[in-house]
Design a binder for this molecule. Structure first.
Ligand code: PLP
Length: 281
């Protein structure tokens, strides 16, 4: 597999990260995962905007990574994946410097790693058709979840808790409000209105979330970006998660209780159909 590392294309197994890299030492780094459908990348510009947003807030020495879109396209081409389902992974760290908390002076060049891998859509399609089981967990993450940093320990622990209960996703609850999943945004349908947490520093502004809200507008489905309180969650007729790998996936059981009639509901189905149209290149 050919990957990209600091300006060079080379076999992935030849890439070495120095131990002084701040991504390794401090998780002082950002990442993006972009879906490639047969025929093209899904909204790469939006992913790069989000990466640039994080890079600006972290004061990295580079804050415009738009040049990575052709790099990703090149990797898809070099690895013969143009007609395949694949994922592109971008990882940007502050760079290398002897371990010390403050930003190194002078600022090092960021470390840039980009790779692509094949993605098996069949297992995900099953989940999208039948729906998944999820649990709620306390949101023990920090308060800059709007940046897609690689500091994912809380997400890993929460998703592991879900896996141990044979569930696919864990939904973080902060102060009694369901915020988002470990790798997805969360939506609930109350009285035919698709409700999701408003953008803030407590959630990641998902590209799929944004796409789905746009699809709701096109379909004439009412939307509300407001807190989803745990005390009201039993009133939701449908629940779903959205994300680059999950697309629009219904939650049919939350914390062991069926959602609605325990089957994916009509709003979720309509959004899935509309989403499928916008990924047909
Ligand atoms: N929220 C979190 C915490 C995530 O990690 C992700 C994706 O990985 C999302 C939401 C969904 O974002 P996107 O739709 O851009 O994949």
């Amino acid at each position: 597999m050919i990957a990209y590392f600091n300006g060079r294309f080379l076999p992935k197994e030849e890439i070495r990260i120095p131990v002084d890299d701040r991504g390794f030492l401090f998780s002082d780094s950002l990442y993006e995962v972009i879906r490639h459908y047969p025929g093209g990348l899904f909204r790469p510009d939006a992913h790069i905007r989000r990466l640039n947003h994080g890079a600006g807030h972290l004061s990295l020495s580079c804050t415009d990574f738009s040049y990575l879109i052709p790099v990703v396209q090149d990797l898809v081409h070099q690895n013969h994946m143009e007609k395949q389902d694949a994922l592109a992974y971008i990882h940007v760290t502050r760079g290398c410097a002897p371990r010390n908390h403050p930003f190194p002076v002078p600022a090092p060049d960021p470390t840039i790693y980009v790779c692509v891998s094949l993605f098996d859509p069949a297992a995900r399609a099953r989940q999208r058709n039948t729906g998944i089981h999820a649990i709620t967990v306390p949101d023990i993450r920090w308060s800059r979840c709007d940046m897609k940093t690689t500091g994912l320990t809380a997400n890993v622990l929460a998703n592991q808790q879900a896996a141990e209960k044979e569930c696919h996703e864990a939904i973080f609850v902060r102060d009694g409000v369901l915020m988002e999943g470990t790798h997805s945004n969360f939506m609930a349908v109350f009285d035919d209105t698709v409700t999701t947490a408003p953008l803030s520093n407590y959630i990641l502004g998902g590209i799929t979330r944004d796409t789905v809200l746009g699809l709701c507008r096109n379909l004439g489905i009412r939307t509300e970006e407001s807190p989803i309180y745990q005390t009201r969650i039993h009133l939701a007729s449908e629940l779903m998660v959205t994300g680059t790998t999950l697309e629009v996936t219904p939650i049919i059981v939350l914390d062991g209780r069926p959602v609605g009639n325990g089957m994916p509901g009509p709003t979720t189905r309509a959004l899935q159909a509309a989403f499928t149209e916008c990924i047909s290149f």
